[in-house]
Structures are given as C-alpha cells and as structure tokens.
Design a protein around this ligand. Sequence first.
Ligand code: ZN
Length: 396
Amino acid sequence: MEHHPTYHEGRVTVELLHPEVFLRERGRLARDFGVAAIAALQQARLTFTTPQGAELYRLPVPEPLVVAETFAGTGIRSLRYFLEVGGVAEALLNDISTPALETARHNAARLGLDRRIRFYHMEANNFHYTLKLEELFPHVLDLDAFGSPVPFLDSAFHAVRDGGFLYITATDLAALCGIDRRSAFNHYAALTVQTEFCHETGARVFVRTVVRAGARRKFRVIPLFTLFDGYALRGFFFTIHGRYDLDPRSEGFLGICPACHTVWSVPFSGKDLCNRCPRCGEEAWVAGPLWLWDLHHPGFLEAMETAGRNLGTLSRRFFRVIRRMREEVGLPPFFYTTTAVADRLDLSQPPLAEVLEALRQRGYAARRTHFHGTGFKTTAPYAEVAEVFRQLVRPA
Ligand SMILES: [Zn+2]
C-alpha cells in the first residue's frame, strides 16, 4: 500500500499524489469564504432589483446546486462543498494538468464522491465553451487562475447562467497595486497607484474589469463580497442577464493629491476628471477606472456569517475578516493607515482604537478595514485625520 502525504482542511483530508500538486494553508481563507458562500446561497433571503425598483431576482437558489471549477487542482473546494455544506448535486472539475486531475479523481473516489463529479481535461477557455455547448450552465463557476483572470473572463460569461455566480481570483497584485503599472494597463486598461490603500484600489480595478466583461455579454454583475487574503484578491459575483442600464455612478476614478494627501472619487458623471486637488489645487495622481460602489453586499455577508457559524468547520480568521468586511460597507472607496499617516506627520503611531474614537467624536464615521491591519475608513477629510493624529500624539 502506497503512502502519500495528506492535507487536512474542514471535513476533508486530501491525499497528495504528486509533489507538483500541493495545497497551502494560506489558501484556506479563500476556501472558507467559498464554503460559506455556497451555504449562504441556499439560505440568504435577498431580493435584487433594477434601479427603478422592479424585482429581478430573489435568493435563495431554489434547486440543488451545480458547481464548476476551471482550475480545480486537487478539487478540494468541491469536496468541501459536498462534505460540509450539502445541497450540492454535482461538480464539474477541470484542470489542464494531468497530475492535478489524477489527484482530484483519486480523492473523489476515496471519499465516495466520484459519481457526483464530472472531470474535464482542457484549456480553461475551452472548458467554459464546453460548459456552454453541453448546456450545463453551473450555478457557481470558480475561476482560480494564477496571475490575471482577464484571459478567461469573456469565455466565463458564456458558461455562467442567468442568476448564477462567479468566484474569481486575481493573484497579479504587483499590477493591481501599482507596482507594475505597465501590466495593469495591459491587462485592466487601468491606472494603478502605489498608496497605503493600494490593495483596495486593486480590488476595485479588478471588480470593475469583471463588471465590464459581464456587460459585454449583457450581464449585470453585482459583487457580493471582495476579499483580500494577504496574497490574492477574490471576488464573488452575482450575474443577471438582460437589458439593464448600468449606473455610471458605480464606476469612475480616484484622485490622490501628493501634496496634501486628500483622496476623492470622481464617478463617470460627465463632469471633468480629477487632475487638480479640490483642496490645494496641486496636480493629482489618478487611479482607475475602478468600481466605486460597495465591494460587498451587506445582506449576503450577514447570511455567510450566520451560515458559517452553523457549519462549524470554518477558521477563526474567516469570522474575523468577515466582521471587518461588514464594517466597510457604506464608507468611502479608500482608507488610511495609522502607519502611513503618522509617518507623514513625523509622529509616533497612535492606537487605532483612539483614532477611531476621536474621529467619531468629531461626527465622522470611522471603522476598520479587512484590507490592512492598521487601516481605517472614514468620512473625515484627510486634513481632519491629520489634526486628530496631532492631537493624540503630542511630540515629546
Ligand atoms: Zn491637495
């Protein structure tokens, strides 16, 4: 009997047959979010409407789910859906790598799930078109590509169903966060800027790119959650097909003043763009185009948290992160960090809790963000934030 190394997560133990097909603990948070989302889909009571208020869709999804993974690897995500969530009828697992597919088949058989899984051995875009040709139209299509997901987005919108969901990963953070600006322009047709809140800017460029890919196929795309897990950006999107006007206020740009550090957003409203700081008149950095509305649907986050608690298999980190995400809803599309603000003012760092309290006392909303350990979102302008820091930290 051959012995293979194993990896355990949630209720699943996977045997790893080949050294090149591995699993990492750092990917767990994203998988926990997937498990919670699949559970929430079957319980969340949410209604999606047109901007005029007409009902388009209503959750929960009324039937057993079909899930698909374009880059399945070991297939651990779907195995977890089967063993932890229930309500999943079938999984369609694809991978171009033969060792990966062998590993996925082996583990599915070991766990007695092979009759509920169909395997595909194809290039990613071919897989998406095959789903369409076979009229399989999964409820949830999981696209966990290495690097940018852009080469696979258009075909993904051929495979996804009306009222379906996409779970998409982007690992090209250098491009999205303003370090490799040329790649950002090549892949996303967007300007990215390296700032203290660059991971959120990257998330918003990524979300807007998915929304645009959907729009080319007449899908309206609604982000249900957007996760930064420390090394990749992950978005879970709801897709509704039909002729709906997208709201131009949902997309636009950020202006970032290098002189007074004011940050502001400029929607696609027809007015002129943001090349001058509204406070000091300095020439500004521009980031975008990007998604300006909320990165998460608050009702869906709540449903995920509740469903996650009932499952009992999710990491503590999942609950910590989702609580922070819930705090982000309704606040401006960028944040500050105590580290960066203190640095600019040449002060020592005040405790984040004191900064939040002081901003609230001045009448502003101020809450933490999951994007950064010392990050905070606030409705206060930067000048006011700086004032609070000066007050809290008196130079010795
Ligand atoms: Zn300025």
